[in-house]
Write a protein that binds this ligand. Sequence first.
Ligand SMILES: CCCCCCCCCCC/C=C/C(=O)SCCNC(=O)CCNC(=O)[C@H](O)C(C)(C)COP(=O)(O)OP(=O)(O)OC[C@H]1O[C@@H](n2cnc3c(N)ncnc32)[C@H](O)[C@@H]1OP(=O)(O)O
Length: 392
Amino acid sequence: MAKMLGARWCPSALRSPLQVISFPACQLHVSRRAKNADQKEFENAVTQLKLLKKDPGNEMKLKLYALYKQANEGPCNIPKPGVLNLINKAKWDAWNALGNLPKETARQNYVDLVTSLSSSSASSSQVKPGADKEQQGSENVVVTSEDGITKIMLNRPTKKNAITTQMYQEIILALKAASKDDSTITVLTGNGDYYCSGNDLSNFNTLPGEIEEKVKSGGILLRDFVACFIDFPKPLIAVVNGPAVGISVTILGLFDAVYASDKATFHTPFTHLGQSPEGCSSYTFPKIMGLAKAKEMLIFGKKLTAGEACAQGLVTEVFPDSTFQTEVWTRLKAYSKIPPNAGRISKQIIRNWEKEKLHAVNAEEVRVLQERWQSEEFLNAVMNFFSKRAKL
Ligand SMILES: CCCCCCCCCCC/C=C/C(=O)SCCNC(=O)CCNC(=O)[C@H](O)C(C)(C)COP(=O)(O)OP(=O)(O)OC[C@H]1O[C@@H](n2cnc3c(N)ncnc32)[C@H](O)[C@@H]1OP(=O)(O)O
């Protein structure tokens, strides 16, 4: 976790670009405690924060940043950053939201918050008895492997399994490991009510550097992520347990089977986000569902039900949600009994006819997206998404 935070994370580090993954409303409940924390307690809290084992998340980081500034400098006293300066604008919003909160109250709230974070971090660091020894991956990408099936599960349900830059890297690693392990098939699924809500729209801020560097590294990350699905050597199956958005939909054209709950929907809102198709969908979707239907999804953002997606060939089979997990996993356990080499070789002979083409499509889609990420349309769409939520 320290790696994700770079240097030890502490409020003073917030004066350097804060790696913010979300732009939450910073509604604070002013502490009702009569006593106000003295300076010593406040300084101890700052020290305590540096020792946190678990990253408190960006919503909490913004709150702590705002309280730290209010406690030291009082009401927000700096000019509002420009609309494209997303990170510093989020920090300014958080501090400014505190209004005229007295310094002493801000100091007490800060101490209370750090105390609660430290106690929850201490409890969560204990090894939970009976933790599944099979699990690898990370908190947000849980990998388990048994009965000839390697399951990669997106596990960020509070954010509808939106994929962070770190999760892209973890999925790449999980696929690389699965390609070499002793499983016969690999499954990608989601935990919670969503399969995946696509790219985390605040990823643009977690990538380091100025806009040119973000665009470059984002393009490399996307290209490598999609390439993993193009090159994956074993039968790859999507178990779509709920709504799927964006990149989690477009890469489905690279899977060998897609099983969906009838609760699932399939949405690719690229143009609404000022973006363009990725995941090789500009090539696979017309092949799978015909030009007209592909354009309805990729240009006009038409959301498909599971039944429509099945009728259009994107989904292999739809199951009633009530029996979805039981039926699908019974099926997958049967599939995992096929002779592994025959399964792998059969998958590859089908994929190899188009592999070169798919890599060329991936490269061109990334090139176009890198231009889109520098457009006003994209930046405004991302700002709109988060400012709508900030008012909630
Ligand atoms: C850009 C350069 C980065 C480079 C990184 C490399 C890879 C780049 C790949 C680029 C190509 C990919 C394109 C896409 O995937 S485009 C599609 C992106 N996804 C979306 O537009 C969906 C956005 N989310 C929503 O519309 C709604 O959240 C949704 C309909 C999914 C659910 O709505 P609902 O009202 O049920 O729930 P909430 O909106 O309240 O969501 C709950 C919390 O989850 C957060 N959330 C959900 N989705 C995302 C997301 N995609 N990104 C970030 N956060 C997301 C939401 O904000 C809520 O959080 P809070 O409770 O904190 O407000």
